[in-house]
Write a new protein. Sequence first.
Length: 213
Amino acid sequence: MGLVTAASAIAFVTTEMDDLLVMFVLFSKETGRLEKSAIVLGKYLGLLLLVAAGKLAATLLAMQPCEQLLGLLGLIPIVIGIRFAVRELAGEKERGGEGNLPSALLRSLSVFAVLLESLIITLANGGDNIAVYASFFPSLSGNEFVLSCVVFAVMQAVWCAIAISVINAESIRSYIEESKGVIIPALFVALGLYILIKSGAVIWLFTLGGLRV
């Protein structure tokens, strides 16, 4: 069991190291407790789906385009970054139409949107997770697979705690607040480009285009 625990921790760290960057970007945009909780929940839902996809891929072993298709979701952070920049430039103008909705409903919709952002970006950055899980899970028995999932859940909590601690540091938080109209959109756009390039989605699309020609 100790060996399985260690192997699971290594599998998590190797696939989720760059996910710390994802969480830094997500937490830098949100300050409310509910929004941060939504990000954490989105991360766990994303991890659950990636584990399920890895388990499925371990049996199918025929999901070559999967990482590239997930990588196309990297367009989502780019859209979020551009939208955030536009909202900051528009200031109060974009908020004018929100007065017709109850504040509780607006709050709920806002939290749900944050959860979806967290979930989608986690999946977009999860192509390598599926590849690693597909090769790792077949070596595990039923009980060992459950133990591995528990290790992943604990490690995800550690990752979230690290990201929140760093973002909540006074110097970092004050810098983000002062320049959020520039730094947050730039971070989201950079994250989206990173996911598109890392997953091979860009090259894959060019290859498809070349084949059609």
